[in-house]
Design a protein around this ligand. Structure first.
Ligand SMILES: Cc1cc2nc3c(=O)[nH]c(=O)nc-3n(C[C@H](O)[C@H](O)[C@H](O)COP(=O)(O)O)c2cc1C
Length: 160
């Protein structure tokens, strides 16, 4: 199995899980980086972030090499913005074909339900096999043991 975690993270939560998962299953990591990043602080972040989700924006990415041909397993990680996945993930799934790959999804939110995010991503990734979905609540702030349990759940599904 050759696996890669492809993720976007503004405040580090989704990145924390990407680090933990990649270490545990020996996966590579690709952090999606929009050419223009939104403000990290204050109200602006929610305004511009929310707007970009609602208008289904596909921001240009700085990542030059998104060739995933050599991977059979792709783990996609996203924060929840406006109840769904982030614009950088929409750019990614529009640019790259994951046809025939084994895909696992995880999402980080501040408590909101990730169900809509997973349903929408599954619709966009119809040609892939979605093997598991795991949601985290702001893992940086969450009890370490709880986060580790959820990471283990995700990693067991990846290794199956
Ligand atoms: C623009 C924006 C919109 C958000 N919308 C939601 C939401 O609808 N529901 C929710 O539970 N959390 C929401 N959040 C909180 C993030 O999903 C949560 O803090 C997540 O862990 C952040 O991941 P990151 O640290 O990898 O960026 C939002 C955050 C931002 C910046």
């Amino acid at each position: 199995m050759k696996a890669v975690v492809v993720y976007y993270s503004l405040d580090g939560n989704t990145e924390l899980i990407a680090d933990m998962v990649s270490k545990k299953v020996g996966a590579d990591k690709i952090k999606l980086q929009p050419e223009k990043e939104i403000a990290k602080e204050g109200f602006k972040k929610f305004f511009w972030g929310g707007k970009s989700v609602i208008f289904k924006e596909k921001p240009a990415l700085l990542n030059k090499d998104l060739n995933l041909d050599s991977y059979d397993t792709v783990i996609i990680g996203t924060p929840i913005w406006a109840a769904t996945f982030t614009p950088a993930i929409l750019s990614f799934v529009s640019l790259v074909s994951l046809k025939g790959k084994k895909v696992h999804l995880y999402a980080c939110s501040s408590g909101g339900d990730a169900g809509k995010c997973f349903t929408k991503l599954k619709e966009l990734l119809k040609d892939s096999t979605i093997l598991s979905t795991v949601s985290f609540k702001d893992p940086i702030k969450e009890e370490k043991q709880k986060v580790e349990q959820q990471v283990d759940k995700l990693c067991s599904a990846i290794k199956e």
